[in-house]
Ligand binder design. Structure first.
Ligand SMILES: Cc1cc2nc3c(=O)[nH]c(=O)nc-3n(C[C@H](O)[C@H](O)[C@H](O)COP(=O)(O)OP(=O)(O)OC[C@H]3O[C@@H](n4cnc5c(N)ncnc54)[C@H](O)[C@@H]3O)c2cc1C
Length: 332
């Protein structure tokens, strides 16, 4: 075997996704519905990021133990079963294998071997329990072992980041409470000259956060608790987006294929099927708008209908992401 072949075989063995065995280092209550959990582990020194060292809206999997059971050995599972590890895990006893939930890295500090994840403490609703991840976060204590599945920094720039504004210098960021960690991390990384609008709906005014953002980015916080009767999930967000981005204000209405959020995941990000429309006329590169929209799937579906059908948003410049579904647990 030549040295070159050995090197390329070693490179091929560097997995892009790995299990980080971590422990809860700190627990901080940010507001009534947000808890920041700092995980630490020497392994996190190799936590991945994009080519600039940022994590933006990077998603990871948080493995939550089933009550009374330790988590399976994910490092071994992923090592032994390679790309089939997820199917192998699914075949384990559902009573004891734990739960896999998707979260955003609020901040990664590989130099300090730490990661922050901001958990929304969503309440039980209409007889449905709060969910294993939110329940776990509610009572998390320092020293608890956990497993995070995330990008391997040794494998180069990571996958799992959807915020891709390209050359756009104007942004629209829209989300509910589950999107706050991603929006906060995105805003911290925007260039100072970027302008735009951020619209965020959270359960109550005490959940508003002081976010660091460029001076030209306006942040609008909406509280569902409000003054009168509580608003339904997404009601204020939908109204605020319609008031901010007017019908026909982009490229003009287009036909749209529907997404059944009960049957499939609403996850539409720019791809080859929807390349960005080349700027023309009064719209220059500098005025090109990029939108990033995430939250409860049915709410995002309505915003997608409005922004594509009525506003004429360039589908090559918008990411629509259903982060969770009302009344449905994340699948595993
Ligand atoms: C890419 C991505 C990034 C995400 N980042 C974050 C993040 O940083 N922080 C965060 O808190 N969440 C985040 N989420 C959302 C999170 O994955 C879901 O809220 C998840 O369902 C929580 O798991 P659970 O075990 O608590 O509830 P599940 O077991 O999945 O659900 C149990 C019940 O709770 C309901 N439910 C779930 N989430 C909520 C909610 N937020 N409000 C009200 N009811 C809810 C469900 O509809 C269901 O009825 C992200 C999701 C995605 C896809």
């Amino acid at each position: 075997m030549t040295a070159g072949t050995a090197a390329s075989q070693n490179a091929a063995k560097v997995k892009p996704l790995v299990a980080f065995e971590v422990e809860v280092d700190r627990v901080q209550s940010l507001s009534p519905h947000f808890k920041r959990i700092t995980f630490s582990s020497e392994q996190l020194r190799n936590f991945g990021s994009d080519a600039e060292g940022n994590t933006l809206d990077l998603r990871i999997k948080v493995m939550v133990p089933s009550p009374g059971h330790p988590l399976p050995d994910f490092a071994e599972l992923m090592e032994t079963h390679d790309s089939n590890w997820y199917q192998t895990w699914l075949r384990m006893d559902p009573e004891s294998r734990g739960y896999m939930r998707t979260y955003t890295v609020r901040e990664a500090r590989p130099e300090a071997a730490e990661i922050d994840v901001d958990f929304v403490l969503h309440p039980p609703a209409a007889g449905v329990a709060a969910g294993p991840a939110a329940s776990w976060a509610e009572q998390a204590s320092v020293g608890e072992p956990m497993v995070l599945i995330g990008p391997n920094g040794l494998a180069g720039p990571c996958l799992g980041i959807e915020f891709k504004p390209g050359n756009a210098r104007r942004v629209l960021l829209v989300g509910d409470e589950t999107a706050v960690p991603a929006i906060a991390a995105i805003l911290e990384n925007l260039d100072a000259e970027v302008t735009g609008e951020v619209i965020i709906e959270v359960p109550e005014a005490a959940d508003f956060q002081d976010l660091k953002a460029p001076a030209g980015v306006k942040i609008q916080w909406l509280s569902r608790a409000g003054a009168g009767a509580p608003a339904s999930h997404g009601e204020l967000l939908d109204a605020a987006v319609r008031a901010t981005i007017l019908p026909g204000s982009q490229h003009g209405p287009v036909e749209l294929e529907e997404v059944d959020v009960d049957a499939e995941i609403l996850w539409e990000t720019p791809d080859a099927a929807h390349p960005p429309i080349a700027p023309s006329g009064p719209e220059s590169e500098a005025h090109r708008l990029y939108a990033w929209i995430a939250g409860e799937a049915a709410v995002i579906r309505e915003l997608r209908r409005y922004l594509v059908r009525e506003v004429g948003m360039d589908r090559g410049q918008v990411a629509f992401m259903g982060y969770w579904r009302m009344g449905k647990a994340e699948s595993s």
